[in-house]
Design a protein around this ligand. Structure first.
Ligand SMILES: C[S@@+](CC[C@H](N)C(=O)[O-])C[C@H]1O[C@@H](n2cnc3c(N)ncnc32)[C@H](O)[C@@H]1O
Length: 680
C-alpha cells in the first residue's frame, strides 16, 4: 500500500527560485477556523475525537439515519454499523461493509492506530517476500512520518489493513488532516489528555505504545447502506504483484472502458441495448493491444454489456460489493463495538472502550491475524569489537551486529514468550486493548467461531505456518463480564507479560538512578510535545539569527505548511500542488523551514520563511521564500529517531495468548534464544 504523499527523503537540490506568493485564501481561513475552533463536535478537534464524543456522534448518526430522534444516552437501538464479511473481490478473503450510509466527506468514526516500523528491510532483509510486506503503508500516512525514521513503513489496522482495495470503487480515503494540523493523527496527543497519560522522562510507559493513535479515513463519495468499503492501495501495489494476483485495472481504465462501451451503444441505431458481438470483439482486441489493464476492465461476454453500461464496469466487476443489510448481518461479524480513548490505566497510553453495552458472553470483536516471525521485528545495530558469541552479538559478513531491541509492533502482537511465531490482529481498534489484572480483565480471547477461522492450521508445524503467505487464523474477544457503554475493555495478557512489565519498571528506575545516558538516548522531554499546543507560543519559533545564539534543542525541528505557486500546479496530481507541510531538508540550516524574520502585521505574528520543497516525481528541490506565514502554519516536530519509541530500554513484550490456545508444538525458544534467531 502506498500513500500519495511524496517521499521527501530523496533530496537533491537542483534549482532554486525566489517568490513571495502566499495564497492566504487557499488555507488561511480554513486553518484559522480550524485552530480557533471551539468544541464544536462536528469538526475534527481533539475534543470531539475523544471517545465519548464519538460514541455520541455515532448514536446521533444512527438516530438521524432512522429518522427518529432519541436521547444520546439511550443505547437501546444502538446497532452495529461496520461488519467483517466475505469480500466481493474474488480470492481476497474477508472485507469490511457498512450498514449505514455515509455522505462524502464523513469521517469513519473509529480513529485508528498507526504503528511505525523502522527501517524494517535493513534490520531484516529477508522480510521483503513475507506477509509483512503486503500490508504496510508509506510513512506519509502518519503525521511527520517522513521525518520519523529513514525508511518508515506503517501498519494501520482496520480500514488500513482489513478493507480491500478496488481501484474503481474506492470509497474511503486516508484523511490528510496533517496538512491542516501537524498533531491531528494523535501524534503527541497523549500529552494533551490529562496528566495521567502525559509522558515525562520518569514514565516507564514511554515509547511502549504508538503516539500515532488517530489515523483517520473519510468517505470519498456518498456510500450507500450495504456497500463494501474499499480504500486505495495505489496503482503500484497492484502492478508490482501482477504475477500472482493477475492484471488489475486502474480507476482510469474503468473510466475509459465505460466511455468506450457508451460509445459502442451510441453507435447503435437508436442506442438499443444490443451490441454487435463482432464490434465488441474488435473493441476488446484494440483495448488489449493498447493496455492489458484496460482490457481487464471490460466484461468478457457481450451479453453482459447492458448491465455493465448501467452500473459501470467497475461495479460490474464486483457486483456483490453492495449487499443487503440482512446478508451482512447474517454473513458478517460486528467490528465496531470498540473505540479508542485515553486508558484508565496509568502508563498504558490509549485503551479500547465499548461503543455500546456488551453482555457477558457476547463477542466484542473478531479479528483475522497476520502470522509473523519474531525475528522480523528484531532491531540490529553494527557495533565495534569482535566479542561475537557474547549475548546479543552475531557476526554477519564482516560486521559485528548487536541486537538492540524489537520494533514497537511486538507490543501489539500475540503469542508466547518462547515461540518464534507471533500473531498480529488487524480488525478496527482491536490493538488498543490493554492488559488488566486477572481480577480487572473483562474479556478473553478464544479461537474464533466465525467459519472463516482456519482452525486446522493449529495442527501445522511452525515451519509450515511460517511458509504460509496468507492469513487464516482468527480470534474472538469475548466479554467475561457485562461491559457498560463507554467501559474500558481489558484482557489478561498473561503472567509472562506481567513479569516482563514488572521487570521493566524495576530496570527503568535503576537506570534512572544511575543516570545512564544510553537508557534515555533519544528520549525527548515533554517540551517537544507541548510546544505546539501553547496558546501563546509565538515566541518559541526562532528566526535564523536567534537560532545562532539559542539553537533549538537537538531533537526538534520546524516544518511549515505551504501553498506552492500556481504555475507549478497545472497537473493536479503534482505533489507541488497540495497544501502541505514542508518536510524536506534545508541544506543551509538544519531545519526544513527557516524563519528569516518575524514581522508583525495586523496585530498578529507573521513569519517570513525560507524552505525547501522536493518534487517527488522529478526529485528536484526548490528553495522558496514565502512571505508572512502565520504562526499556526509553522510547527515544531521531533527529528528522526527522537520519538520515544526509538529509544533504548523502552518496554517490548509480546502479549500472551492463553496457554490453552497456543499449540505446544509452536514453542521453540528457550528464554535467551530470541537473541540468536537472526541468521544469514
Ligand atoms: C496492544 S497495546 C495496547 C494499546 C496501547 N496502550 C496503545 O496506546 O496503543 C499493548 C501495550 O500497551 C501498554 N499496556 C497495556 N496494558 C498495560 C498495563 N496494564 N500497564 C501498562 N502498560 C500497558 C504496553 O505498552 C503494551 O505493550
Amino acid at each position: 500500500k502506498v500513500d500519495n504523499t511524496p517521499d521527501d527523503k530523496t533530496t537533491t537540490a537542483k534549482s532554486s527560485s525566489l517568490f513571495t506568493r502566499y495564497d492566504r485564501n487557499a488555507y488561511d481561513n480554513a486553518a484559522r477556523n480550524h485552530f480557533n475552533s471551539t468544541a464544536d463536535d462536528e469538526k475534527l478537534t481533539y475534543g470531539n475525537l475523544d471517545k465519548d464524543a464519538i460514541i455520541k456522534r455515532r448514536q446521533r448518526k444512527r438516530n438521524n439515519d432512522n429518522s427518529s430522534q432519541q436521547d444520546d444516552n439511550d443505547d437501546s437501538n444502538n446497532k452495529c454499523t461496520t461488519y467483517l464479511a466475505p469480500s466481493s473481490i474474488p480470492n481476497s478473503g474477508l472485507g469490511m461493509y457498512t450498514t449505514i450510509p455515509y455522505a462524502k466527506g464523513d469521517t469513519f468514526l473509529l480513529p485508528e492506530i498507526g504503528i511505525m516500523l523502522q527501517d524494517k528491510d535493513a534490520h531484516y532483509p529477508q522480510g521483503s517476500n513475507k506477509l509483512l510486506a503486503q500490508y504496510p503503508w508509506g510513512p506519509g500516512i502518519l503525521t511527520g512520518g517522513h521525518r520519523e525514521v529513514t525508511t518508515g513503513a506503517v501498519m494501520v489496522p482496520g480500514l488500513g489493513m482489513l478493507a480491500n482495495s478496488h481501484l474503481g470503487l474506492v470509497n474511503f480515503r486516508h484523511s490528510d488532516t496533517w496538512r491542516m494540523q501537524i498533531d491531528e493523527d494523535g501524534t503527541d496527543s497523549l500529552s494533551l489528555e490529562g496528566l495521567q497519560s502525559s509522558t515525562t522522562l520518569k514514565d516507564v510507559g514511554r515509547g511502549s505504545s504508538s503516539y500515532h493513535s488517530r489515523v483517520l479515513f473519510h468517505a470519498d463519495k456518498n456510500i450507500q447502506r450495504g456497500e463494501e468499503l474499499f480504500v486505495n492501495y495505489g496503482d503500484e501495489w497492484f502492478t508490482a504483484r501482477e504475477s500472482w494476483i493477475g492484471v488489475i485495472p486502474s480507476a482510469k481504465n474503468y473510466e475509459e472502458a465505460d466511455r468506450l462501451i457508451a460509445e459502442l451503444f451510441s453507435e447503435n441505431d437508436g442506442g438499443h441495448d444490443v451490441v454487435d458481438p463482432q464490434a465488441y470483439e474488435v473493441l476488446l482486441q484494440d483495448a488489449a493491444e493498447k493496455d492489458k489493464r484496460l482490457r481487464a476492465a471490460f466484461p468478457d461476454n457481450v451479453e453482459d454489456l447492458p448491465v455493465a453500461k448501467d452500473i459501470g464496469t467497475a461495479r460490474f466487476s464486483a457486483r456483490s460489493s453492495i449487499q443487503s443489510v440482512e446478508w451482512i448481518e447474517e454473513n458478517g461479524v460486528c467490528i465496531d463495538n470498540l473505540v479508542s480513548g485515553t486508558s484508565t490505566i496509568a502508563q498504558a497510553g490509549r485503551g479500547a472502550f465499548a461503543t455500546r453495552t456488551i453482555n457477558k458472553g457476547a463477542v466484542i470483536t473478531t479479528t483475522p491475524l497476520i502470522t509473523l516471525e519474531r525475528e522480523q521485528l528484531q532491531l540490529w545495530e553494527e557495533v565495534d569489537g569482535t566479542d561475537v558469541g557474547v549475548q546479543n552479538k552475531i557476526k554477519k559478513e564482516d560486521k559485528v551486529l548487536e541486537m538492540v531491541g524489537h520494533q514497537l509492533l511486538l507490543n501489539y502482537c500475540y503469542g508466547h514468550v518462547n515461540s518464534s511465531l507471533i500473531l498480529f490482529p488487524y480488525s478496527p481498534t482491536v490493538n488498543f486493548i490493554n492488559h488488566g489484572s486477572k481480577e480487572k480483565a473483562n474479556a478473553e480471547i478464544v479461537w474464533s467461531s466465525y467459519p472463516y477461522h482456519k482452525g486446522e492450521w493449529l495442527n501445522l508445524s511452525l515451519e509450515e505456518m511460517k511458509e504460509l503467505q496468507k492469513t487464516g487464523l482468527m480470534f474472538d474477544i469475548v466479554a467475561t463480564k457485562d461491559i457498560s457503554l463507554g467501559g474500558e475493555v481489558l484482557l489478561y495478557y498473561g503472567k509472562d507479560w506481567e513479569d516482563s512489565w514488572n521487570e521493566h519498571i524495576e530496570d527503568w528506575t535503576t537506570a534512572e538512578n544511575e543516570q545512564d545516558g544510553m537508557m534515555h538516548k533519544n528520549v525527548t522531554d515533554t517540551l517537544g510535545v507541548h510546544l505546539n499546543q501553547r496558546s501563546n507560543s509565538d515566541s518559541i519559533i526562532l528566526t535564523v539569527e536567534e537560532q545562532k545564539i539559542q539553537p533549538y534543542p537537538p531533537y526538534l525541528e520546524t516544518v511549515c505548511r505551504f501553498k506552492p505557486p500556481a504555475e507549478k500546479c497545472q497537473d493536479e496530481n503534482n505533489d507541488y500542488c497540495t497544501i502541505r507541510w514542508s518536510l524536506s531538508m534545508n541544506e543551509m540550516h538544519d531545519n526544513p523551514c527557516d524563519v528569516i524574520s518575524r514581522p508583525s502585521i495586523d496585530g498578529n505574528d507573521w513569519y517570513f520563511v525560507r524552505m525547501n520543497i522536493t518534487n517527488s516525481t522529478s526529485n528536484e528541490t526548490t528553495r522558496y521564500h514565502v512571505e508572512f506565514l502565520p504562526r499556526y502554519a509553522i510547527r515544531l516536530i521531533n527529528r528522526e529517531y527522537t520519538k520515544d519509541q526509538y529509544s533504548r530500554g523502552v518496554f517490548r513484550e509480546v502479549i500472551g495468548l492463553p496457554e490453552s490456545l497456543f499449540p505446544d508444538h509452536w514453542i521453540d525458544l528457550k528464554e535467551e534464544d530470541d537473541n540468536y534467531i537472526y541468521q544469514d
